[in-house]
Design a protein around this ligand. Structure first.
Ligand code: SF4
Length: 988
């Protein structure tokens, strides 16, 4: 129920920007037109109450002027998943309110969430309104039909000449789960693995590091579970700005006595709320973490029984950490005094359970796979993982980056992390998609290319510009689709624009034209199309929060202007390209796998049908099978029954369907195993042996075999999920194990037919999972976590200096990896770049560390949020934080324009420089500069306004820090380096 049915408030004092907007509106519209076109009126009070200004005077629409409907949706601006009630009148989104019943946001929104209704504005909207093409250097309006005709013709021509691998499709965490799954399929039906999305450049190192340690690549617990914690170490997360509403739970934990420590190169707004702030040098995370671990081992504070029962390889790590990371070495590498490192160790040891919390601060480094694993090892040593109140809370960025990773377009996996390199994955998905496998194989250049992971989004520019003989596929990339992706979130922007010069075609599909449009038009006269896409408020579907809970969004309004939904465009383009039937899973004249429904602009796949048939039907590996649309919708209608600390429903029946919510965890956090019929409740905290499997409990996954060099990899006797019939470690369940245990006959006859020859992960009847859980066992087995990951370049995490290190003396001690000839289809440089930088004295020419991060007002590449007048008012230009000493040494005063330059490709900073305002502050130390990454629209001092389509440029434009960031990639995942490079600053 809405708390305020109709708001009427006096206007607050008005700002410059809002005054201008109000006067413009007042001159030209009567109240009715105003309501219809802007959708502001009825919502004035709600918005005004959440923002420090208002453009609204008294507004009193009468209810009989149109039907008022309330649609429940979810904020699209970060992974916390704050729920919103959107009030719609006559099809116009007139007001929004936070959902007070939501167990996640408890009625709170940050500035971004409080102003999402702006996406539904038609007056003075900065959205892309109709399809456009670049023609003679100008953006010109075209029809959808013309766009489809020209794009598909060009694609087929290039395919004919260069093959399917000439295409790269950058997907998005903007997509809901269903659209993500469909896009993953769309690219495979085209015949390439060259697809990726934001997760590569935000949490790929997390996914790899965490999954390889204990099984699943996701946050172990929930934001809510921090209220059950006794200590919270933020290392690489500025949650107060990047995930503001999550701080509700953090601060409740603090009120309850939990100790909060923030370790960061920069004194952040999160640090301002901590009990203790510890500064360390950017990129020296492994020495810091192992410095903490050194004190833990030295004092015998590790959890010995837990390690014995549940961890492989900790002895080896202990030996190395005690010998190598003595306090003097830690301080030498990090710059952090020993007492601070000791304080962290003692606090975490004395306050268990506890969390380590991270986001991009850990993940966006050339050495991030090691940093993530060092964090995991620290939590394992303390016995924190697999229990309420402790573990690794890894904050995702975009609202559905978790879901898009789980089921969406990845270059190496099909939905549910089924590897492209394993033939059985294709058999499984061809069956789920109802597509002929032989046909699918023929779509690829060859079966070998079908099994080869594609390029990554972090390197597409090299796929275009690299010498053809050096790349591991026949053609260079010739076409790129940016399907909801911001190019300024990628490093090496100055090289990206060079790649754009060479492309045959770029297609941007987005509600906002994004910086891609302006960058492309700056250097090209033709070769690009912009297709207007609906926002997530203009469709329904599910999204997965960072804590793995799924939430179902109702459609709030129809797609605005000429925009169409992502999935409609996928379907319509597939038709033009000749695989429309396969896209909806239709063989001959049979019924399609996916139901089509009418949308604005044509027919489109039903989101509920995609969830049910394809995601529930195929993603057995990660437990996306139990979250049917009906269950998720019942959760959305009954948020009030879920407990805020545990997320569990103590009771309650859905009035609409009679569905009994008792025992479910909010949003059925994955894994939610089996079919929806068996009512697995979801898993609030992963690997938690204190709970029964059918109550969301679990154990570490048996993913790496049952022994290594004679050492047992399965859990020891007595370590198993509560109530399980097998009271020791066991391997993954398959048809053989079920038979050996004498449980095979508990399958139905139908299940037996499907389960024969299968494992728990590809038995699409769900029978193997059902029977394993009936006996209290985890379908994926019961094993130890790995402190030593023998299949990584560094089995025990090592510190390796960044490629552009401010400490050449330490490069000799802690060098990076050797160069790699073929890595995700591309040659990748490590040591040669690092050594050249040392040889060229880069640390003297560019003596400051440049790091980047988020602001509370904006999200991601920022194009959507910088187009929102409420948010634009709050943060109007980009800046560099610089320490007072560093500024004084350079004659820089607060507010001066400065040039920030980095080494760049040519090593002299001439093509990698940014004009930004100086913000002189002690938030950064004298050796460090910080620039937020959400800006774009300036190019090395030039405003790019003339290159945007008319009326679709963001309100706030500024330099993109990633125009100047430098080369450097993680050795496992190809994550880009955004957190540690070198720069200099000079007064402009
Ligand atoms: Fe909540 Fe994140 Fe949206 Fe802010 S941006 S309202 S914290 S979901």
């Amino acid at each position: 129920m809405l708390l305020t049915r109709k708001a009427s408030s006096n206007a607050a004092p008005q700002s410059r920007l809002s005054l201008a907007a109000t006067s413009a509106l007042a001159k030209t519209m009567d109240r009715r037109t105003f309501l219809k076109r802007s959708g502001i009126g009825v919502g004035a009070g709600a918005v005004a109450s959440q923002l420090p200004f208002s453009m609204i005077d008294r507004a009193e629409a009468k209810e009989d002027e149109g039907k008022l409907e309330v649609k429940r949706t979810v904020c699209t601006h970060c992974s916390v998943g704050c729920a919103i009630d959107a009030v719609v009148q006559n099809g116009v989104w007139v007001r929004q309110e936070p959902v007070f019943d939501s167990p996640i946001n408890l009625g709170a929104h940050c500035a971004k969430g409080a102003s999402v209704r702006e996406h539904g504005m038609t007056h003075d909207s900065h959205r892309l309104k109709y399809p456009m093409k670049l023609d003679g250097g100008k953006w010109k309006r075209i029809s959808w039909d013309q766009a489809y005709d020209e794009i598909s013709k060009k694609m087929l021509e290039i395919r004919e000449k260069s093959g399917p691998d000439s295409l790269f499709v950058v997907g998005s965490s903007k997509h809901n789960n269903e659209q993500s799954e469909l896009l993953c399929k769309w690219v495979r039906l085209w015949g390439t693995n060259n697809t990726d999305h934001q997760a590569r450049i935000c949490h790929s190192t997390t996914v790899a590091g965490v999954a390889q340690t204990w099984g699943y690549g996701a946050m172990t617990n929930s934001y809510n579970d921090e209220q059950n914690s006794k200590s919270l170490l933020f290392l690489g997360s500025n949650a107060a700005e990047a995930h503001p509403v999550s701080m509700l739970h953090t601060l409740h934990a603090k009120e309850n006595g939990a100790k909060v420590i923030v370790a960061d190169p920069r004194y952040t707004r999160t640090a301002a709320k901590a009990d203790k702030y510890v500064r360390f040098r950017s990129g020296s995370d492994v020495p810091l973490l192992f410095g903490v671990l050194h004190h833990i081992f030295k004092n015998g504070w590790e959890d010995k029984k837990y390690i014995h029962d549940r961890v492989y390889g900790m002895d080896e790590v202990k030996k190395e950490v005690l010998a190598k990371w003595t306090p003097d070495k830690v301080t030498e590498a990090t710059g952090t005094p020993e007492e601070d490192v000791y304080y962290i160790a003692k606090t975490l040891a004395e306050n268990r359970p506890g969390f380590i919390i991270w986001a991009m601060g850990q993940t966006q480094h050339t050495n991030a796979n090691a940093i993530v694993r060092a964090s995991n090892i620290l939590m394992l040593a303390l016995g924190n993982v697999g229990r309420s109140g402790g573990g690794c809370n890894i904050y995702r960025g975009h609202d559905n980056v978790q879901g898009a990773t789980d089921v969406g377009p990845n270059p190496d996996t099909l939905p549910g992390y089924y590897p492209v390199a394993v033939p059985g994955s294709w058999v499984h998905w061809a069956r789920v998609w109802n597509v002929d496998l032989d046909w699918l194989k023929k779509r690829y250049a060859s079966e070998a290319m079908m099994a080869k992971p594609g390029m990554t989004v972090s390197r597409w520019i090299d796929g275009v510009t690299e010498k053809n003989e050096a790349i591991d596929q026949d053609p260079n990339l010739r076409m790129i689709f940016f399907w909801g992706h911001a190019p300024n979130s990628q490093t090496r922007g100055s090289e990206m624009i060079e790649a754009m010069k060479k492309l045959d075609m770029m297609v941007v599909l987005d509600p906002y034209p994004s910086a891609s449009a302006a960058m492309f038009a700056k250097v090209r006269k033709d070769g690009a199309y912009l297709l207007p896409i609906a926002t997530q408020f203009e469709t329904d579907g599910s999204a997965t929060c960072s804590n793995r809970s799924l939430q179902w969004r109702e459609k709030v309004i129809d797609p605005l202007f000429e925009s169409r939904t992502d999935h409609m465009v996928m379907y319509q383009l597939a038709e033009k390209l000749g695989f429309g039937k396969e896209f909806i899973g239709q063989k001959g004249t049979g019924a399609p796998n996916i139901e089509l429904v009418k949308g604005k602009g044509g027919m489109e796949p039903s989101m509920a049908s995609v969830l049910k048939k394809e995601i529930n039907g195929g993603c057995w590996t990660i437990g996306y099978t139990g979250q049917s649309p009906e269950r998720l919708q019942a959760h959305m209608r009954n948020m009030h029954v879920f407990d805020v600390k545990t997320l569990k429903a103590k009771g309650g029946k859905d009035a609409k369907t009679g569905y009994d919510l008792t025992g479910d965890y909010y949003g059925l956090p994955w894994p939610c195993y089996g079919t929806d019929k068996i009512k697995h409740p979801g898993s609030p905290n992963l690997y938690d042996t204190s709970k029964a499997v059918m109550d969301g409990g679990g154990c570490f996954r048996a993913l790496f075999g049952i022994e290594k060099d004679g050492v047992n990899l399965l859990a020891e006797d007595g370590s198993y999920p509560k109530g399980g019939e097998i009271t020791t470690g066991y391997p993954q369940f398959d048809h053989v194990l079920l038979k050996k245990l004498g449980w095979w006959d508990e399958l139905t006859d139908e299940e037996k037919k499907e389960a024969e020859g299968k494992t728990w992960a590809n038995d699409i009847s769900g029978g193997i999972q059902r029977v394993a859980m009936k006996h209290g066992c985890m379908p994926f087995g019961n094993a130890k976590a790995r402190a030593v990951v023998w299949n990584f370049p560094d089995p025990i995490p090592q510190h390796r200096e960044p490629l552009f290190s401010p400490r050449p003396d330490l490069v000799a001690k802690y060098p990076t990896h050797d160069d790699v000839k073929v890595f995700w289809r591309l040659p990748t440089l490590f040591k040669s770049v690092q050594q050249q930088a040392v040889k060229d004295d880069m640390a003297k020419k560019f003596p400051l560390i440049l790091t980047s991060g988020r602001l509370v007002e904006y999200e991601g590449g920022g194009e959507e949020t910088r187009s929102n007048p409420w948010l634009a008012e709050l943060q109007q230009e980009n800046f560099v934080e610089i320490n007072p000493k560093t500024a004084a040494d350079r004659g820089i005063r607060n507010g001066d324009f400065v040039w920030v330059s980095t080494p760049g490709r040519n090593g002299d900073g001439s093509n990698t420089k940014l004009k930004v305002k100086a913000q002189v502050t002690e938030r950064v130390g004298p050796d460090t500069c910080f620039i937020p990454f959400h800006f774009s629209g300036w190019w090395q001092g030039e405003d790019m306004l003339p290159y945007y389509p008319e009326g679709a440029a963001p309100i706030v434009r500024g330099e993109a820090v990633n125009t100047a960031t430098t080369y450097g990639y993680d050795r496992v995942t190809m994550m880009q380096e955004t957190k540690t490079t070198l720069c200099n600053v000079a007064k402009a």
